[in-house]
Ligand binder design. Structure first.
Ligand SMILES: [Zn+2]
Length: 99
């Protein structure tokens, strides 16, 4: 006698698959955040930047996970702290001509 998968079991498997896909999507999503953390770390090492600015970058990167209305750099599109137009990386490269 063939074992028949119940509706409940099918639903459970579907949910598990969806959770796994969501997990993969999350990993993909946080990849840029990890990149930003690396950038912020470099800025920390670079003595010309204040610690507060690096923390602001990290906060903006983390906030991006929870909000769709994050501010974005006009040059590269990275998430930036509120009240800015250009990210610290682009600013450093002379992007936007802002100081
Ligand atoms: Zn930028």
């Amino acid at each position: 006698m063939r074992f028949k998968i119940s509706k409940k079991e099918r639903r459970r498997r579907k949910l598990a698959k969806r959770q796994l896909n969501a997990f993969y999507a999350y990993i993909k999503k946080i990849a840029p955040v990890l990149k930003k953390i690396a950038s912020a770390t470099l800025i920390l090492i670079d003595k010309t930047r204040k610690v507060a600015e690096s923390v602001a970058i990290l906060r903006a990167a983390v906030d991006e996970q929870y909000t769709e209305n994050a501010e974005h750099c006009v040059v590269c599109g990275d998430v930036i702290p509120e009240g800015r137009q250009v990210c610290y990386i682009c600013e450093k490269r002379g992007g936007g001509g802002l100081k």
